[in-house]
Design a protein around this ligand. Structure first.
Ligand SMILES: NC(=O)c1ccc[n+]([C@@H]2O[C@H](COP(=O)([O-])OP(=O)(O)OC[C@H]3O[C@@H](n4cnc5c(N)ncnc54)[C@H](O)[C@@H]3O)[C@@H](O)[C@H]2O)c1
Length: 440
């Protein structure tokens, strides 16, 4: 690998410049005079060199340049029916052209329509196994949270950038604490306005998909009520209740309304409901969420979508077990919030292979990785959002990137065995360490 850095120095500074780099005299430099200053190009030729410190005899140090050439690893996702990949060939090219090395596990992109050759063409390198990827990489970019067979592959101080959803699975939190790795969670990267830019694209996919799936399971052969979402002339449409009017909820409501259903969205945030009331079609109504209202609404609604989120914490149980008895047989519950523990008490995670189960004649669909079923759309939507952050992390290292960027800083959940995200620590009564202890 070869990298070029440019410094602007005065002639005197140039004369007195000496370079103090890990590779010392092996570095080549050349200079070009321009007016009063010199453009100094310093070429680093070693793949291992990640930083260059430049000092001047006269005014030490004149410049301290630190740049990282990160080794990035993209393992193949192994969660059931997970066909997304964390980086596309386009993303690979963006990282490689900035001097980073990208290793992709063979077939990692296959499920999303990207073969190994397309990664090689973009400058990536292919490795055969996950073990090799985890062993060589300084930064792992994934889609889903590590699962048990990956725990032992994660190394101390390795940066793991992926969805973790710690609050929904305590063993994962303990496993990551044990690794000593730096866990930067997509789902808690947060903008100043409180929005979650790395949850949004998947929430858009899951929200839209929840209605597609819900409509399917309302069909009689799939144990649903046998009701068509949009009805037909002379027959009433289905009633859809959406719990939580955030990104998932709004996308679900939009699709359900588009299919002709009668839709109610509930939320605790009245300002959000005002906004939704403004932008949603006429067949969407809003109500403030509380136990009394939900208990009434479940009696008459055919399809109920769970779409609430309290960032970093377990989802509140808005539908309790006893409420199932109030529902009509064949009612369908799609608990999209299952990845945060679910907002339906009887929700337990399912997979695309076996997505539903029935309790009290009520169909439960609780697939934790819904976007995994539409990997083409999901991979592009996800990587459009993650790549700018991945580039920052690779180019600056996680410490500087998180110091400079408050959005990324919020994504830090576990560092070197310490939980640095309060809601995760609170969920499991684990000691909480302020992230400032690791940053300046
Ligand atoms: N299963 C999947 O494949 C999948 C995919 C994407 C997202 N999700 C999950 O879907 C959930 C929703 O995500 P989102 O992006 O829409 O979040 P969001 O933050 O955009 O929206 C959540 C909404 O829930 C509301 N809310 C909070 N507590 C509430 C309560 N007690 N009653 C009613 N509303 C309440 C909030 O006010 C907010 O409007 C999250 O748990 C997310 O992780 C799951």
């Amino acid at each position: 690998m070869s990298k070029l850095f440019r410094l602007m120095l005065s002639k005197t500074q140039h004369k007195n410049l000496f370079r103090n780099t890990p590779e010392g005299s092996k570095n080549k430099s050349k200079s070009v005079a321009r007016g009063n200053h010199q453009n100094i190009y310093i070429q680093i030729t070693s793949e291992k060199t990640s930083a260059i410190v430049t000092e001047c005899y006269l005014c030490k140090p004149i410049t301290l340049i630190k740049t990282f050439s990160m080794i990035v690893g993209i393992p193949k996702e192994i969660k059931n029916n997970e066909n997304r990949v964390a980086l596309t060939p386009a993303g690979t090219q963006e990282l490689v052209k900035r001097g980073h090395t990208v290793y992709v596990q063979t077939m990692a992109g296959e499920g999303s329509g990207f073969n190994d050759e397309s990664y090689i063409g973009a400058g990536g390198k292919i490795l055969a196994t996950a073990a090799e990827i985890f062993s060589v990489a300084e930064m792992i970019i994934k889609v889903k949270e590590p699962i048990e067979q990956e725990y032992k592959l994660i190394k101390k101080d390795q940066l793991v950038f992926t969805y973790f959803h710690f609050a929904s699975y305590e063993p994962l939190a303990h496993a990551m604490i044990k690794t000593g790795a730096v866990c930067l969670a997509y789902e808690t990267v947060e903008r100043v306005d409180g929005s979650l830019p790395l949850l949004v694209p998947m929430s858009e996919v899951a929200g839209r998909m929840s209605i597609q799936e819900g409509a399917k399971y309302l069909e009689k052969p799939l144990k649903g009520r046998g009701i068509l979402l949009g009805g037909v002339p002379g027959v009433m449409p289905a009633k859809v209740l959406v719990l939580g009017g955030g990104v998932v909820g709004a996308n679900a409501a939009k699709i359900a309304a588009g299919m002709g259903a009668d839709v109610i969205i509930t939320d605790v945030n009245i300002n959000r409901l005002r906004y939704l009331d403004d932008v949603m079609p006429k067949n969407v109504h809003t109500m403030v969420s509380n136990e009394y209202t939900i208990r009434e609404l479940v009696k008459t609604h055919d399809l109920i979508i769970g779409a609430v989120l309290v960032p970093g914490a377990k989802a509140p149980k808005l539908i309790t077990k006893d409420m199932l008895k109030l529902m009509r047989p064949g009612t369908v519950l799609v608990d999209v919030a299952v990845d945060q523990g679910g907002c339906i008490e009887t929700c337990k995670p399912t997979t695309h292979e076996d997505p539903t189960y029935i309790i009290d004649d009520v169909v439960h669909y609780c697939v934790a990785n819904m976007p995994g079923a539409v990997p083409y759309t999901s991979t592009l939507a996800l990587t459009n959002a993650t790549l700018p952050y991945a580039i920052k992390l690779a180019s600056q290292g996680w410490k500087k990137a998180c110091n400079d960027n408050m959005e990324l800083r919020k994504g830090l959940n576990v560092i070197g065995g310490k939980v640095v995200y309060k809601a995760v620590a609170d969920s499991f009564n684990l000691p909480y360490t302020d992230v400032k202890e690791f940053l300046s």
